[in-house]
Design a protein around this ligand. Structure first.
Ligand code: GLN
Length: 390
């Protein structure tokens, strides 16, 4: 048989998604892949029921249904501080996973370099490999996960085509400050690079932190490809609704990439989601309050277990330090955790370029009773997980 493509050899399947399958296998409380176990807003579900009897069963316009783009433009114009043109500056995609892939393919040629902060969301590795570009990793240093300005500028001196900015950040929970973002902006300008953002946690930010859209910084609209999705904001990860917002000269190309990748996002789901896009400010305040309470509940539970962990400023992930158990393989640790303790987590090594294997990622986008059940199970951690000599 002929060999399969070389480009697929350099990455594995997603460890995040694999951990969901392992959690299901052991009936573990799945705190690995980040998605809620509570319902989406009822108004969206009611609209979905209606839509099934309306005329939305064929393709929408490839770059997104008119109704959806108009509602999205209204919502994001207020937040991003500029009038977004629903016809020329938006492409609706199948989740921000497709948005990011399409964005990287839109701006890079094979061999181009792309700056990626480490830790990173694991899809970015595959995005660069599949597009033929080459990542330059720049470390973020705990506990604040700040970057070293010198190291970042050294990366820009290699003339990358783009930088990928996940803000609020998965997995470390960092919310980039205005000063940090302005520093990145100044480098993007100086070295003539694009910035591709992943802002899917834009509405999950804890006081006193504030989310600043990179595209809203002075001079950055032209250079920014803003990617996001409805998955986390409306608890509809399975609907696969994402989007790219950018100036029309970028969107014209992104539309072509998207068209041949997927044709379009699901038409009935776009129509039902318009209801969510039209929600008032109260909805986003409540979402923030809800996640703030979940964060407190889960952090307190972890503190009671006396395990060192990160405190997220945004998003809903926590990195736990498992050094005391002495495992060389955090993947093995997570498998034992799922099997013997009954809690699903993601090995930290899948997020780091550096050789890190003493962290695991848990998320708290779950009903309070699910979080309490996970905390109860974690109480048995030190009894049930065998310690290894390191
Ligand atoms: N962003 C989520 C996570 O990191 C999951 C996204 C996905 O699997 N598509 O767990």
């Amino acid at each position: 048989m002929p060999a399969l493509s070389d480009r697929t050899k350099d990455f594995t399947d997603s460890v995040i998604r694999r951990m969901t399958r392992i959690s299901l296998q052991y009936n573990a409380v799945n705190l690995s892949q980040g998605f809620p176990d509570f319902d989406p807003p009822k108004a969206i579900l009611d609209r979905l029921a209606e839509v099934s009897h309306e005329d939305y069963h064929q393709y929408s316009i490839t770059w997104g249904a008119q109704n959806f783009r108009e509602a999205l433009a209204r919502k994001q114009s207020v937040r991003m501080g500029r009038e977004i043109d629903p016809n020329g500056e938006i492409v609706v995609t199948c989740g921000s996973t497709e948005a990011m892939m399409a964005a990287v393919m839109t701006v890079t040629n094979p061999g181009d370099k792309v700056v990626v902060f480490s830790p990173f969301y694991e899809n970015y590795g595959a995005d660069t490999i599949l597009s033929g570009s080459e990542p330059i990793y720049v470390p973020l240093y705990p506990p604040e996960f700040h970057f070293d300005p010198e190291e970042l500028e050294a990366a820009f001196r290699q003339h990358p085509k783009a930088l990928i900015l996940c803000n609020p950040s998965n997995p470390c929970g960092k919310v980039f400050t205005e000063q940090e973002l302005k520093f990145i902006a100044q480098l993007a300008e100086k070295y003539d690079a694009f910035v591709i953002t992943d802002e899917v946690y834009e509405h999950i930010v804890y006081e006193p932190n504030r989310h600043i859209y990179f595209a809203s910084l002075p001079g950055m609209w032209e250079r920014t490809i803003s990617c996001s999705s409805l998955s986390k904001t409306y608890s509809i990860t399975g609907w696969r609704l994402g989007y790219i917002i950018a100036p029309s000269f970028i969107i014209d190309t992104a539309k072509k990439v998207h068209d041949f990748l997927t044709v379009g996002a699901a038409a009935p789901l776009q129509e039902a989601a318009v209801t969510g896009l039209c929600f008032g400010e109260d909805y986003y305040k409540e979402l923030q309050t809800k996640y703030t309470a979940k964060r407190e509940l889960f952090l307190k539970g972890l503190d009671d277990l006396h395990i060192a962990h990160t405190v997220p400023q945004g998003a809903y992930y926590i990195l736990l330090d498992i050094s005391e158990f002495g495992y060389e393989s955090d993947l093995e640790f997570c498998e034992i955790l799922a099997r013997d303790v009954g809690v699903g987590a993601v090995p930290g090594s899948s997020f780091f370029k550096e050789n890190v294997n003493h962290l695991i990622r848990l998320h708290f986008a779950k009903k309070d009773e699910t979080l309490c059940e996970a905390l109860n199970r974690l109480e048995g951690l030190r009894k049930k997980i065998p310690y290894r000599q390191s």
